[in-house]
Design a binder for this molecule. Structure first.
Ligand code: SF4
Length: 210
């Protein structure tokens, strides 16, 4: 059996992130790492190494679905894999992210801080455990908004894990769609330059949500 590597345990980091945010909302800022690292790897490395190796969320869904058998293990519906849905969901996700940034900007310019976390873009939960003393209100507002984004994607990931295959979230995950798009663009550029196709590097083991 192949030995485990350090990155096989990154799911623990994902779990800690979700728990820490419950105790202090400012930990939500750490989630920026989950946004920037995949993009840096895709832009500079031209590969999907983050999805294939380093994504704690993907690993966690795999463990819950496969090892703990919480998944029905059914193929995800075809539309979930279609380009229109994946790119449409990415556009929607980015639009809502932009709204969250706008909310942060409003607090930066004097609007009152809203101590709520929004789930599934609709349900505003009053957050009982905010530790926001000692930071500028906009810093706290961004944390509330960002934690809502992270919890929303976690809920969707868990739901699709239970209904379909363990990593069905990966089929339409906005970060996965973005990094794959970047990777393919880079592969096309390489191909035009030296004829070598880099498409292989853009594939993921999770393409079918397994
Ligand atoms: S598609 Fe998203 S959740 Fe899945 S491995 Fe990639 S970044 Fe992680």
């Amino acid at each position: 059996m192949k030995g485990k590597k350090w990155y096989d345990y990154l799911w623990i980091g994902e779990l800690c992130y979700l728990v820490l945010g419950l105790f202090n909302i400012l930990f939500a800022w750490l989630g920026m790492l989950f946004f920037t690292i995949p993009l840096v790897i895709a832009i500079f490395g031209g590969s999907k190494a983050y999805c294939n190796r380093y994504c704690g969320r993907g690993q966690l869904l795999g463990i819950l679905g496969k090892k703990l058998k919480l998944s029905r293990n059914q193929p995800p519906p075809r539309f979930l894999r279609s380009a229109w849905f994946r790119y449409g969901f990415l556009a929607f996700f980015m639009f809502m992210f932009g709204r969250m940034l706008y909310g942060t900007w409003k607090v930066f310019t004097g609007a009152p801080l809203s101590k709520t976390v929004t789930l599934l873009w609709a349900f505003k939960l009053p957050w009982q455990w905010p530790q926001v003393e000692g930071v500028a209100p906009w810093v706290a507002q961004y944390a509330f908004g960002f934690f809502g984004v992270m919890l929303t994607s976690t809920i969707l990931g868990l739901l699709t894990m239970m209904l379909f295959r363990p990593r069905s979230w990966c089929v339409y995950c906005p970060m996965g769609t973005m990094t794959q798009g970047i990777c393919r663009l880079k592969a096309k550029k390489e191909e035009a330059k030296d004829g070598r196709t880099g498409e292989e590097d853009c594939r993921t083991a999770q393409a079918a949500g397994q």
